[in-house]
Design a protein around this ligand. Structure first.
Ligand code: NDP
Length: 366
């Protein structure tokens, strides 16, 4: 082993114990730090996961609810001890501007609703956390960013992997040169989708198929694993089940991305294959692999030097505590989670759709 490689190896190993410091955050005692008071909008499957995870937070607390389903409001009020005055529906939630118990609203509704809901929350003067994909297209995303800027509130997007310890360790090692010049990334993102009546298979509510829902993880993951933004894409679509996957809902897309440093990414996004959740990063001097890479965990990984042994965390608990640091202290995450970060993903997805449709190599300008 060369002395440079030996140094990198030792640096990587010795840093393992200290590597889970996701934010460059001002030092603050847990007991004195203010708590982010959050209202969840959309009490569905992921909203439930976030609410339960927030029970374990030290810096974020569920204090409000926004729902179109009165029975859910009743059940959630009892479960999470939320006062009635902090509960709203989709007609009344603009009044949240008069509620001093709520600092931020977490929008966890179907994709097509994010644009209008985020803009209304911003107009009510509250910070916004919005689920991925932030919007249906780059135009909508830019309007949301502009609305938040105008209202002087912050806009974050629910990129939970940006706070996950194994992911951050790979990023840290890559930043320290442990893998040498990065040459290749492979991202596999997919699952076999169930219930044909769900909103994910309705283009009016989803804005697209597997790319918008799960393929976005490979798009975003390629960027944080390689540490660059792509400059071109190519893509090929295959549809084996046109009855289940209507026009506007792509089943499977394979796509490739080229990066300014010379790396290429080869990715697969699908609604019709299980067991696809893997990132592989290849450099001139080493590799990193995460599998599973983006599910709720435990995330597992290894590099050419051995297994990654980072702490196993509840992603949404860490995410919400770290987002409290961003919103309340102005802390800076290792990988951005703001509207601009989400806008980049939507521009890349737009280019992937164009490439799949035309068969052309499409340049990307972010
Ligand atoms: P669900 O269908 O489980 O929940 C969505 C909720 O939105 C509904 O329960 C409902 O809540 C509300 N809603 C409002 N209008 C509608 C409508 N027209 N149709 C359906 N629901 C409506 O979806 P998910 O929770 O799985 O997904 C919500 C968002 O979260 C999506 O953007 C998705 O991409 C994202 N997500 C992110 C994940 C991550 O890991 N970051 C994982 C899973 C999803 P109510 O009855 O209270 O109004």
């Amino acid at each position: 082993m060369s002395s440079r490689r030996r140094f990198l190896h030792q640096a990587a190993v010795s840093a393992l114990a200290f590597s889970f410091v996701p934010l460059l955050s001002p030092a603050r005692s847990r007991h004195t730090a203010p708590v982010l008071r959050v209202a969840i909008m959309g009490l569905g499957s992921y909203g439930t996961r976030v609410a339960d995870a927030m029970l374990g937070c030290t810096r974020a607390r569920l204090t409000g609810l926004i729902s179109g389903t009165p029975a859910k409001l009743q059940a959630w009020r009892a479960k999470y001890t939320i006062p009635e005055k902090n509960c709203y529906n989709y007609q009344t939630f603009d009044q949240i501007k008069n509620n001093p118990d709520i600092d931020a609203v977490y929008v966890i509704t179907p994709n097509a609703l994010h644009h209008d809901q985020v803009i209304r929350v911003a107009a009510a003067g509250k910070h916004v956390i919005c689920e991925k994909p932030m919007a249906l297209n780059p135009t909508q995303a830019q309007e949301m960013i502009d609305a938040c800027r105008k209202a002087n509130v912050k806009l974050l997007v629910g990129y939970r992997m940006h706070f996950e310890p194994h992911t951050l360790e790979v990023i840290r090692q890559r930043q320290h040169g442990a893998f040498g010049k990065i040459l290749f990334f492979q991202g596999l993102s997919g699952f076999r989708i169930g219930d044909p009546s769900q909103w994910r298979l309705n283009p009016q509510l989803s804005g697209g198929g597997s790319m918008m829902d799960i393929g976005i993880y490979s798009v975003n993951g390629a960027r944080y694993m390689i540490g660059e933004d792509p400059i071109w894409v190519t893509a090929q679509e295959t549809k084996t089940d046109p009855v289940r996957f209507k026009p506007g809902i792509e089943e499977t897309i394979q796509f490739q991305m080229g990066f300014p440093g010379g790396a290429v990414a080869s990715c697969l996004s699908t609604y019709n294959l299980n067991f696809l959740d893997k990132f592989f990063l290849d450099g001139a001097d080493g590799f990193a692999e995460l599998q599973p890479a983006t599910n709720y965990g435990p995330i597992q990984g290894r590099t050419d030097k051995g297994p990654l042994n980072q702490p196993v965390v509840t992603h949404q608990t860490v995410q919400m505590d770290q987002m409290a640091g961003i919103l309340l202290d102005g802390a800076t995450p290792v990988v951005p989670v703001d509207g601009q970060e989400a806008l980049k993903d939507l521009k890349i997805i737009e280019a992937i759709y164009a490439a799949a449709k035309t068969g052309n190599k499409v340049p990307v300008q972010l």
